[in-house]
Design a binder for this molecule. Structure first.
Ligand SMILES: CC(C)(COP(=O)(O)OP(=O)(O)OC[C@H]1O[C@@H](n2cnc3c(N)ncnc32)[C@H](O)[C@@H]1OP(=O)(O)O)[C@@H](O)C(=O)NCCC(=O)NCCS
Length: 152
């Protein structure tokens, strides 16, 4: 079955909460937390889902003027390495550029090899490092701050 990327809708909170729990079992954002995140000015996101609403991945962003940041991003464990994360990220890059964002920022744990490889492939460069900034089951991790120019 073909998975399609589509903008998040207000009715997606339950789907999104289930997916977030599967992707970040040590730090899941529940329905209420996700509703608060999505209520922030400039916040939005996309789901990649199959017909019948089996959600496979999500990406949440926030845009303020010409800068944007990825707030959270994940693909269901059983569907990783199928190109879905790349499709979500490319959708976000194109949409944010069309909305006038010039740079997209994100934070990634230093030992998150899969995500770092994906971001590198899509042209993100390191612009900072925050010591002990991200939580992991066995203790804090340094976060790398990455950024990518958008648009022409
Ligand atoms: C990071 C994540 C979203 C990637 O999603 P995905 O759908 O598996 O990614 P894709 O299949 O589109 O991979 C695209 C490229 O990223 C890189 N990549 C992805 N997973 C990788 C892995 N496990 N090891 C090495 N490289 C990997 C590869 O270059 C890959 O291209 P290739 O398969 O042609 O070699 C997914 O691993 C995930 O949900 N991880 C847990 C949550 C998380 O870490 N989110 C990001 C927080 S910053």
């Amino acid at each position: 079955m073909t998975a399609e990327v589509r903008p998040l809708a207000a009715t997606d909170l339950d789907l999104l909460a289930g997916l977030h729990r599967d992707c970040f079992p040590h730090d899941p954002w529940n329905r209420r937390a996700l509703a608060e995140v999505l209520a922030m000015p400039g916040a939005g996101g996309w789901l990649i889902a199959e017909a019948g609403e089996s959600a496979l991945g999500f990406l949440l962003v926030r845009r303020a003027a010409d800068e944007a940041e990825i707030l959270s991003f994940g693909v269901a464990p059983a569907h990783r390495r199928e190109g879905l994360g790349g499709r979500l990220l490319e959708t976000a890059l194109a949409a944010l550029a069309a909305q006038g964002a010039a740079r997209l920022f994100l934070e990634v744990a230093i030992d998150n090899a899969a995500a770092r490889r994906l971001y590198e492939r899509l042209g993100f460069l390191q612009v900072g490092r925050r010591a002990g900034y991200l939580s992991a089951p066995d203790g804090p991790r340094d976060a790398l701050v990455l950024a990518r120019r958008l648009g022409p």
